[in-house]
Design a binder for this molecule. Structure first.
Ligand SMILES: [Zn+2]
Ligand SMILES: [Zn+2]
Length: 418
């Protein structure tokens, strides 16, 4: 026999195996439910798009575009890119289908994979997953506060504790330029302390120095001017109103002037929810306003706001207790019993009971031990005697109690014991 080469998963990707997938399903179902409660509707866009969509959307100076995109040519020579983030796709879709002309609210959510050719490290993957929510056409800071409140509610529902909400305003086209000038000057003075990457950012986009995780850069950035000291009157009023709404929701937050986010199109309010349990990569969720984005894409002048949640991080933080599930293992002995058992299993499944029947020949004892290993709550025994009498032994695996029941009563007994 020739030696077959074993093919492994690509570096930076990971399989989500069934036990883990249950957690994902639970987190996703909870999130979908909550987003729907707030008037959001799901939108699904393709995984790949024209490369220029992301070059435009994430800003051509962004690290993501320069270093991390999965870009390739298809057979027709077009340049395509696996999406590194979701917002550009949503914006493209809204413009393409003119969703802004519909009477529906422009509130969308989305869950799916994203791709970045990042250095693989603990908890970071090249295919990672995000949940995004986006609202368009709502200018009032009340909606930003509502979004933060929704995010907070989601985390509380998932029992994610020890979180902190950080908020900031990055100003507007009117007040940011002056701040950037001051920031550049301050950064220039500390040039020697900055890493090579940050030295480049001084001219390209000094706001991104705040994203750097290198300790000397962080230290230097602590002394930089704060954007909140440079806000124009309108931006300040906008930020105050946002904070007042959070106060009336009784949501506590910390104003963090270094929270500027790494993408060009953000304006005014930005926020992040962090967890000390995540270490240096501490953000579970981040978002804010991007009022100029639709215009950048050639669409109408419609403002936007939203957030993105890292699913890997969220799933790792949400405690998972398998809810008591009525999972029944059907054990049978002999061909005739198998036939009867298959009919019974079908009946139970059609009555919404999770039921497993395995066809490999095993002794009764063996089957009960399998049921135990699989975590079945119930075992239903179908043997010759049972077929004759039409009564089956139903065993509760937790208590060890066994009762004799007819077909019609199986569901009843199980439901009543819940
Ligand atoms: Zn302003
Ligand atoms: Zn740096």
């Amino acid at each position: 026999m020739s030696e077959k080469k074993r093919i492994a998963a690509i570096k930076g990707t990971k399989d989500i195996l069934p036990k883990e997938a249950r957690k994902w399903q639970r987190v996703e179902a909870t999130a979908k439910r909550i987003f729907e409660l707030y008037g959001y509707r799901e939108i699904r866009a393709p995984i790949f798009e024209a490369t220029e969509l992301f070059e435009k959307g994430t800003g051509e100076t962004s690290d993501i575009v320069i270093k991390e995109m999965y870009t390739f040519k298809d057979k027709a020579g077009r340049s395509l890119t696996l999406r590194p983030e979701y917002t550009p796709s949503i914006v493209r879709s809204i413009i393409e289908h003119r969703l802004y002309l519909q009477p529906d609210p422009l509130r969308f959510y989305f869950i799916g994979p994203m791709f970045r050719y990042d250095k693989p490290q603990k908890g970071r993957y090249r295919q990672f997953h995000q949940m995004d929510i986006e609202v368009f056409g709502e200018e009032a800071p009340a909606v930003d506060a509502e979004i933060v409140e929704m995010a907070d509610y989601l985390l509380k529902t998932l029992k994610v504790t020890e979180t902190e909400i950080l908020v900031n305003s990055v100003g507007c086209q009117g007040c940011r330029p002056l701040y950037l000038k001051e920031l550049r000057e301050a950064a220039e003075k500390k040039r020697a302390l900055l890493c090579p990457d940050c030295q480049r950012k001084i001219t390209a986009n000094p706001l991104r120095i705040f994203d750097c995780k290198v300790e000397t850069c962080r230290e230097a950035a602590r002394g930089f001017p704060k954007i909140t000291d440079f806000l124009c009157a309108e931006c300040e009023a906008n930020f105050d109103s946002f904070k007042a709404h959070l106060d009336s929701f009784q949501i506590s937050y910390i104003v963090e002037p270094r929270l500027v986010r790494g993408i060009d199109y953000y304006t005014r309010i930005t926020f992040e929810i962090i967890s000390a349990k995540l270490g240096a990569q501490d953000a579970i969720l981040g978002g804010g306003r991007y009022d100029d984005m639709m215009k950048v894409f050639g669409g109408p002048d419609i403002c936007g706001t939203g957030f993105a949640v890292g699913m890997e991080r969220l799933v790792s933080l949400a405690p998972f207790t398998r809810e008591a599930e009525d999972f029944l293992y059907l054990a049978f002995l002999g061909d005739e019993a198998q036939e009867k058992g298959m009919a019974l299993a079908r009946f139970l499944r059609q009555n919404d009971l999770e039921c497993l029947i395995e066809y490999k020949e095993r002794s009764l004892r063996n089957q009960i031990s399998r049921a135990n290993k699989l975590g079945a709550r119930w075992v239903l025994i179908v043997g010759e005697e049972e077929i004759k009498s039409g009564k089956y032994q139903l065993k509760n695996m937790a208590t060890g109690n066994q009762v004799e029941v007819g077909k019609e009563d199986i569901i009843k007994v199980i439901r009543e014991s819940a």
